[in-house]
Write a protein that binds this ligand. Structure first.
Ligand code: 5GP
Ligand code: ZN
Length: 116
């Protein structure tokens, strides 16, 4: 997947609209278009990375940054105390449908385990 055809790169550039709730120099976060919980937010790097499979040692700080952003967004959204789930789907079996690395942040209800 090239960044030109990537829907999340187009959200980063502003070409496609999204409900953006957080932005910093490395990442943005926006509400999922098809929410699976009362709070369902996607945290993505500004720069295109296909998936976890394409991460390298150079991405170490970036990946930490995405999780720290998720934690502060959980507080901002009022779900830090009640709890939440962070998920990165990878590849076909993992259920990945958008090939730009993203962390799902889900909360606002009790989530079942194990996932389907
Ligand atoms: P994946 O299945 O790759 O882990 O997650 C992709 C997520 O992106 C899905 O939950 C899907 O609803 C969401 N999504 C796909 N296209 C768009 C879009 O154009 N805008 C927003 N806000 N979310 C999207
Ligand atoms: Zn992209």
């Amino acid at each position: 997947m090239s960044s030109i055809n990537c829907i999340f790169c187009r959200i980063v550039s502003g070409e496609i609209q999204a409900s953006i709730i957080y932005e910093d120099e490395l990442a943005i976060a926006f509400r999922d278009i098809n929410p699976q919980a009362p709070k369902h937010i996607l945290i993505i790097p500004r720069n295109h990375v296909d998936s976890m499979n394409k991460m390298s040692a150079e991405d170490k700080d970036l990946v930490g940054h995405l999780l720290i952003a998720a934690s502060s967004i959980a507080s901002q959204e009022g779900i830090a105390e009640t709890g939440y789930r962070t998920i990165i789907n990878t590849g076909e079996d993992g259920g990945q449908t958008v090939w730009h690395l993203h962390v799902h942040l889900l909360g606002g209800r009790s989530l079942g385990w194990p996932p389907g």
